[in-house]
Design a protein around this ligand. Structure first.
Ligand code: ADP
Ligand code: MG
Ligand code: MG
Length: 206
């Protein structure tokens, strides 16, 4: 994926966050404080304001700076968490003008490590990680088998969507939803859901 495509991914992320703002906020209303959609849409609208300067950077700096914008403009857990994810991915991609699928997989692994460290969370705690980690495993597996990036992304999306379904079955032990304990069962995690929308934005340019 070249830089022009990455900018189109960023545009698409902003469009989808605006489009899904109410849906994500409704999900967060049920098990959180009802601001996840607002947080994500605000963060990406700030990113779009810096679009021209981002477009001049290499792929790594572009993604790292996107993360810094999210950290500095989004209140709530998701700003620092997604912000860290993009910053770590961008640092891994430092100096690159083009991102291959193996680059993407490694950057994604760095992003996940960043979220886990920052959020002190693991799989099975009803967070965005429950969509991210299965997606990573599915993409790596398909890439090993077929070497087909598009197909790997599709497998990743399928796994991430299953991850959303899985979050309905478990108790939240991290973030605001943890206050609900068992009452969080039956409801999908907003962050896992927004992650699928972001991954769809990446897939749309492949
Ligand atoms: P806040 O909960 O501060 O209002 P948001 O509503 O924007 O922030 O984001 C909530 C989402 O953040 C959750 O749905 C969950 O996916 C994610 N999240 C919360 N805490 C953690 C954590 N410690 N580790 C990973 N993800 C988390
Ligand atoms: Mg919230
Ligand atoms: Mg909040």
């Amino acid at each position: 994926m070249n830089k022009e495509k990455i900018i189109l991914v960023i545009d698409q992320m902003a469009v989808t966050m605006e489009k899904q703002k109410e849906f994500l906020t409704e999900l967060d209303n049920v098990i959180g404080d009802g601001d996840h959609g607002i947080n994500m849409a605000r963060g990406f609208s700030e990113v779009i304001k810096k679009r021209d300067s981002l477009a001049k950077m290499d792929a790594g700096d572009m993604i790292k700076n996107l993360g810094m914008i999210l950290v500095s403009t989004v209140g709530g857990a998701s700003g620092p968490l997604y912000g860290t994810a993009f910053m770590k991915a961008g640092m891994f991609l430092k100096g690159k003008e083009e991102v291959t699928f193996p680059d993407f997989l490694e950057a994604f692994a760095c992003a996940i490590d960043g979220v886990m460290a920052r959020g002190k969370a693991a799989e099975g705690e009803k967070t965005m990680l429950d969509a991210m980690l299965p997606a990573k495993r599915a993409m790596e597996q398909e890439w090993t088998i077929s070497g087909d990036g598009k197909k790997s992304m599709e497998e990743g999306l399928t796994a991430a969507r299953k991850g959303i379904e899985y979050t309905k079955t478990i108790i939240a032990t991290k973030g605001r939803a943890a206050y609900l304990g068992e009452r969080s069962i039956g409801h999908q995690d907003p962050g896992a859901t927004s992650f699928v929308f972001l991954l769809e934005a990446i897939a749309s340019q492949m």
